[in-house]
Design a protein around this ligand. Structure first.
Ligand code: AMP
Ligand code: MG
Length: 625
């Protein structure tokens, strides 16, 4: 059933008595309100969307959907909202959901409508099974034929008040969903607060204790990555954005196709639509042309035996036709008759099937996907004007070091321009983060503390560079440790051995912290191999880095026991295999080596020296956003 045939109604008219008579729908929940979460989940599944509410009407109206107040005066239950909704319903079907179910399934409408049609029922409603296989019904998640209004009015007039009671009068079908949590409604303020606060692991030490032989001064790359992965938490806040604005953003839930794409069987070629069974077995056959079909202009003509229809690419296949003879395959043909030779095509050729691109009710795009140009087109083909995406991750960053000068300042003796802030800016920008550039922070405990506190109060994550090694003027470690749960690692890698990681807190706000080393290449390597995945995880994105293989054109000296990230240039060799050579000097301060490279050569812990001709793992830069 197509989404535009269904009106959505969010039931927010109750008294919220178990929450102390608060207006449940308006309770804050994960950066917006409960009702907005429900609307965001329902909107892609239905055509018109309305809210049933009886208080705070202006607030509800501001959410951009019509607000319907109960027309039945003395009864505040869901059936009163449903009755009003049915009276105002301009589509053949109405789907109701409660305002306190922010996790409702994204395939609710698709599955209920499929069952309703299949069983030719009046109503379809949701159910789940508990751990003991007992069925729990959720009758307020129901899809009802709009013309069943008289039966509801009669039930209410006779004093009936329960949804279950009314459903007993009807031909109702129960649809069992797997995910019981999706129907969880939130009844108490405590429950609401409990969901609002993501559960943080108690401490980094606890997470680290899962690593066998954990030693912060000799940590393997993969163990550091694992600790980070287990410690960071996704930021959960969803916003609806216009389709074009969703490019590069992270999809916040599965997008379920409300329609078949294409909607009808249609022609893949300009030619003649016919019944495959009429094709000649030998010799030639001549067909009478009985109509012409253009894309977007279907024909009602049903060709009989020996008849065909001239059809253009994208034209809807006439009833009974299953094959298209491309016009250049016809022996002769015009708008009156067409002649075809045996074997020109097979039955079924050149027909695109309804739903072959996307099937109604299937997930067209999965949650966590970073939206690409093809996805924009896919969403457009489904008619989605707005897309639910995760809110942008806010990342604050600064450089530390008294020797650093910003562009525009004179370079005093022994000073360097601050380049890390620019590479970090570029890397964050490519990830689609909201960026807070805090400049250069001097090597003083007070300046560092102030900067960290400001960053922490304004961002989800903080990235610093410099000051995490053992230099005497590096107060960074001391200040970071004071502000939260931060550990300092020496990671078995080159470049980029020192790394600070943890969570800092200031005035009740906390942020994950990545203290990257100061050397310009080390900053980039640590960002890509530690911070990047963690930031994506916080963004709710699923975008692992693909390691490919290339043949090394040269010998590379390497000690086992640490991971080395060398800068390389990969190209296609004469025999077609990718071949990689290093960019020359590989010092951790030589940023030119990154700029000249088009890939990183990853030499793993256990690996020793590489001989010329050996295969090595590489991470191509292209595609790294
Ligand atoms: P540190 O870890 O603070 O001891 O810094 C290590 C090296 O990286 C020193 O040579 C610093 O001058 C250099 N460095 C630190 N931060 C930056 C930066 N933002 N831009 C360029 N070089 C830096
Ligand atoms: Mg420094």
């Amino acid at each position: 059933m197509q989404a535009h045939l269904i009106s959505g109604l969010v039931l927010a008219g109750g008294r919220g008595s178990r929450m102390g008579n608060v207006d449940k729908g308006l309770q804050p929940f994960r950066s917006s309100t409960m009702v907005e979460h429900v609307m965001a989940r329902l909107r892609p599944q239905v055509g018109p969307l309305a809210i049933s509410a009886n208080r705070n009407l202006d607030t509800y109206r501001a959410f951009g959907a019509p607000v319907l107040t109960d027309e039945m005066a003395d009864f505040p239950g869901p059936l009163a909202g449903l009755e009003t909704g049915l009276r105002h319903c301009a589509t053949p079907y109405l789907l109701t959901v409660p305002c306190d179910s922010p996790f409702l399934p994204s395939d609710l409408a698709a599955r209920l409508s499929a069952a309703l049609q299949e069983q030719n029922a009046d109503v379809a409603y949701a159910a789940t099974q508990d751990a003991d296989q007992r069925v729990q019904t959720h009758p307020v998640f129901c899809l009802v034929h709009a013309d069943r209004l008289p039966s509801l009015s009669a039930y209410l007039a006779a004093g009936g008040r329960s949804v279950e009671g009314w459903l007993r009068d009807l031909n109702a079908v129960e649809v069992v969903f797997d995910d019981a949590d999706a129907f969880r409604n939130i009844n108490t303020l405590d429950e609401l607060r409990g969901l609002e606060q993501p559960a943080f692991p108690a401490s980094l030490a606890q997470v680290a204790s899962c690593i066998n032989g954990y030693d912060p001064d000799a940590l393997r790359v993969r163990d550091a990555q694992r600790i980070i992965r287990e410690f960071v938490q996704p930021v959960r806040a969803v916003e609806m954005v216009a389709l074009r604005a969703s490019l590069g953003r992270v999809l916040a839930r599965d997008l379920v196709s409300p329609i078949n794409v294409p909607a009808h069987d249609n022609s893949a070629m300009d030619g003649y639509a016919l019944r495959g069974a009429d094709l000649p077995q030998a010799g030639v056959a001549t067909f009478k042309v009985v109509d012409i079909v253009y894309a977007g202009k279907p024909s009602a003509v049903v060709p009989g035996p020996g008849e065909c229809v001239r059809i253009m690419t994208g034209g809807v296949m006439p009833a009974g036709c299953d094959s298209v003879l491309p016009q250049e395959f016809a022996d002769s043909g015009d708008d009156v008759a067409m002649t075809v030779r045996a074997g020109a095509i097979r039955a079924g050729d050149n027909r695109r099937l309804a739903g072959e691109d996307l099937n109604i009710g299937s997930a067209a795009l999965k949650v966590g996907r970073i939206i690409r140009p093809s996805d924009l087109g896919l969403c457009a083909s489904l008619g989605f004007a707005e897309i639910p995406v995760q809110r942008r991750l806010r990342v604050a960053f600064f450089s530390t070091g008294d020797e650093l000068r910003s562009i525009g300042e004179p370079l005093g003796e022994g000073c360097v321009y601050d380049s890390n802030r620019y590479t970090i800016y570029g890397m964050l920008q490519r990830l689609g983060c909201e960026i807070i550039d805090m400049g250069v922070v001097r090597d003083s405990p007070q300046a560092l503390e102030d900067a960290l506190r400001t960053a922490c109060e304004n961002a989800d994550a903080i990235i610093t560079s410099g000051g995490v090694s053992v230099g005497a003027a590096d107060y960074t470690k001391q200040v970071m440790a004071q502000l939260g749960d931060v550990t300092f690692w020496k990671v078995g890698m080159r470049p980029g051995r020192p790394l600070a990681f943890g969570r800092v807190t200031s005035n009740g706000r906390s942020a994950f912290l990545f203290g990257l080393p100061g050397n310009p290449v080390a900053v980039m390597v640590s960002f890509y191999f530690f911070a990047r995945d963690a930031l994506l995880q916080m963004m709710g994105a699923n975008a692992p880095l693909p390691l490919l293989q290339a043949r090394s054109s040269e010998a590379i000296r390497k000690k086992p026991g640490r991971t080395e990230y060398q800068r390389g240039i990969v190209a296609r060799s004469v025999d077609g295999t990718p071949e990689v050579r290093l960019t020359g000097a590989q010092g951790s301060g030589i940023l030119r080596s990154m700029s000249e490279a088009n890939c990183m050569v990853v030499l793993h812990d256990e690996q020793g020296s590489v001989a010329a001709g050996d295969m090595v793992d590489i991470l191509p830069f292209e595609g790294l956003f």
